[in-house]
Design a protein around this ligand. Sequence first.
Ligand SMILES: N[C@@H](CCC(=O)N[C@@H](CS)C(=O)NCC(=O)O)C(=O)O
Length: 183
Amino acid sequence: MLKLYGGARSRASVVKWYLEELGIDYEFILLDMQAGEHRQAPYTDINPIGKVPAIVDGDFTLWESGAILGYLAAKYGGVTEIEARALIDQWIDFANSTFGSALAMEAVRETAVPRLLDSLETVLGDREFLLGAEFSAADVALGAMLYYGPLMFGLSLEQHLNIKRYAQNLQARPAFQTTFGNR
Ligand SMILES: N[C@@H](CCC(=O)N[C@@H](CS)C(=O)NCC(=O)O)C(=O)O
């Protein structure tokens, strides 16, 4: 069975959400991050960088939540075309790197985040999901950031109603509720 390693309130929830969406059986291995289990063997044999989440799927090991989402989409989510996979990766990178860094870096947050939100608002329009009518791993990556943003960085979506609606719809999904909702 696929193993997911994470802490109690960690980015492992992002991967959990997608595993639940895909209906994959998995075992969650809770590390005691307060005690530093993520920075010690045996976990560092899985992720030598000492961060969570990581997965072990058979004899394959992978870490970085974005890479894990892309892998799960290709292996279990029916995403077979290179172009389709690339578009998902593009939005995962946008969420985790471009948007995530803008949110986290106080020095640029006030200028960078509104610009990104303005662009995203236009891209989304009245689309249900990032890639159109179908939910994908890209929505998990961005949906997670749109959840963390208000919670951790005081992000407001009141000026961006397409994004607000999109985020609310994602957060109403049963798989989101059983993962992020139970943190
Ligand atoms: N870009 C990474 C971030 C991983 C990350 O920073 N995880 C945090 C928990 S949410 C962590 O392991 N922190 C422990 C530490 O830095 O010691 C991902 O998305 O997987």
